[in-house]
Design a protein around this ligand. Structure first.
Ligand code: MV4
Length: 458
């Protein structure tokens, strides 16, 4: 087992990795930027080392700085968390060259999944359902027009280096395709330094459903069920839950088999997430695979009782998975709300000093946060300040529990998304579980009364 792990991240995920390491008896190293000197992850790590200025390109995204910190402190592994360098095949390769274990899949697998057109091709070959589309990047306008006609409009143009919603264009008629391809290519080039785009049939108001998997170095692979992440705004998830209301046990088993076969096909190791679109008829299509721990991993932990971060560490250290598929059980229902430091009406960031921070606990409540009374929320990083995760015997209990926690949470000094979450939890469509990815658009467009409830719900 590792003796010392360097955590190449900040915020609540750095704390999450520290929790796992402490329980496993592994020493931790925090890296931090000049803006994070007084943060919790620095306080609770066994060692800490400043790696640069506040701007993340010069600190948390700086591979030489991260590797130097690991070498100076004698860390034998790096956990990248999520965001920042978590899906950098380059960091994983440099780790290999420096004999530092990267806690994640092999660099080749990270690179493969980073190329969305290639991942699509490989998954299709492995028997995973994909939407009709191009088998690689589009190389000519004529070919694109011909293919789109075959597929049928609407189609979507996506950047091969994209993901998470960047560099996409929906096209509804042939006349719009050439311009859409040109714009998407220009955007992709600017955002990722790679102009390649591919084509796919467009699904209207799909659900976003993703499966969590774990694989060890002996070829054992298990899935931990799904998470429904359809409540998002501009590709930022706001609320996630497990299980999804849209899946039956039979569908879950079938999808589980498909996901395991897909992961086997690429010899997947460590934790991963396979994202699917579900169309209104209940058909699933592979969208992309994330080769990292995800923000919403706690909802899976709550319903399965697994500790995904500990499993990641054990797997990276060469141990076998602690359980087999038949030992995986799903109990009750879990919901996560992402609490952001932002104006709940305008969605503009709200950095500043939190004077009072108090979130109640109680049965079935888990809070993961970088915040505490008198902490400063920096404008340099993303606005996620806390994740509140609840578990209930069923969905109704989980909703009531989340509402209770949010109503009793006291965060003073900055604005947060808590009022928005409370409104979502009161929405009749949300309560009925009838919400695809177009939920937030409809939700935000609806007129509201001064009391904050929807006009039609009052
Ligand atoms: C799609 C789609 C409809 N049809 N692909 C958005 C994020 C990126 N991972 C892919 N995305 C989408 N791909 C096809 N063929 C709709 C989306 C999409 C979406 C997906 C999941 C959650 C929220 C979304 C919001 C808008 C669009």
């Amino acid at each position: 087992m590792f003796k010392k792990i360097l955590i190449a991240n900040r915020g609540e995920v750095a704390m999450r990795v520290i929790f796992a390491c402490r329980e496993l008896g592994i020493k931790t190293v925090a890296i931090y930027s000049e803006a994070d000197e007084h943060s919790l992850h620095v306080r609770f790590a066994d060692e800490d080392i400043c790696i640069g200025p506040a701007c993340s390109t010069d600190s948390y995204l700086n591979v030489p700085a991260v590797i130097s910190a690991a070498e100076i402190t004698g860390a034998d592994a790096i956990h990248p968390g999520y965001g920042f360098l978590s899906e950098s095949a380059y960091l994983a390769e440099v780790c290999e060259a420096c004999h530092i274990r990267f806690i994640g899949p092999d660099p080749q697998v990270i690179r493969l999944m980073g190329d969305k057109a290639r991942a699509r091709r490989v998954m299709k070959k492995a028997g995973v359902p994909v939407l009709p589309g191009s088998d690689g990047p589009i190389d000519s306008e004529d070919r694109a027009l011909k293919l789109a006609k075959e597929i049928g409009y609407p189609v979507i143009v996506k950047a091969t280096a994209g993901g998470g919603g960047r560099g996409m264009r929906v096209v509804r008629i042939a006349a719009e395709l050439p311009t859409a391809v040109k714009t998407a290519r220009r955007e992709a080039e600017a955002a990722f330094g790679l102009p390649d785009v591919y084509l796919e049939k467009y699904v209207e108001s799909p659900r976003h459903i993703e499966f969590q998997i774990l694989g060890d170095q002996f070829g054992n692979l298990i899935h931990l069920g799904e998470r429904e992440c359809s409540i998002q705004r501009r590709h930022q998830k706001l609320l996630e839950e497990s299980p999804s209301r849209a899946l039956t046990d039979k569908m879950r088993r079938k999808m589980g088999h498909i996901v395991i076969d897909a992961a086997k096909a690429v010899q997947y190791t460590n934790a991963g997430t396979f994202e699917f679109l579900m169309d209104p008829r209940g058909h699933f299509y592979f969208m992309e695979a994330n080769t990292r721990l995800q923000v919403e991993h706690p909802v899976t932990e709550m319903v399965t009782g697994m500790d995904i971060v500990k499993e990641q560490i054990r797997i990276a250290a060469g141990e076998a998975l602690s359980i087999k598929q038949s030992d995986v059980t799903f109990t009750g229902h879990s919901i996560e709300c992402r609490i952001n430091a932002e104006d709940p009406e305008t969605f503009t960031p709200s950095p500043g000093v939190i004077h009072v921070f108090s979130i109640p606990g109680g049965p079935g409540v888990r809070v993961e946060t970088l915040a505490h009374t008198d902490c400063t929320i920096s404008p340099y990083y993303d606005s996620l300040i806390a994740k509140i995760i609840v578990h209930g015997r069923d969905r109704a209990e989980a909703i009531a529990r989340m509402r209770r926690v949010l109503e009793m949470a006291v965060i003073e000094g900055i604005k947060t998304s808590i009022p928005l979450h409370l409104k979502i939890l009161d929405d009749p469509d949300f309560i009925a579980g009838q919400c695809g990815t177009s939920f937030m658009e409809r939700f935000l467009a609806r007129p509201r009364t001064s009391g904050g409830r929807f006009a039609e719900a009052v």
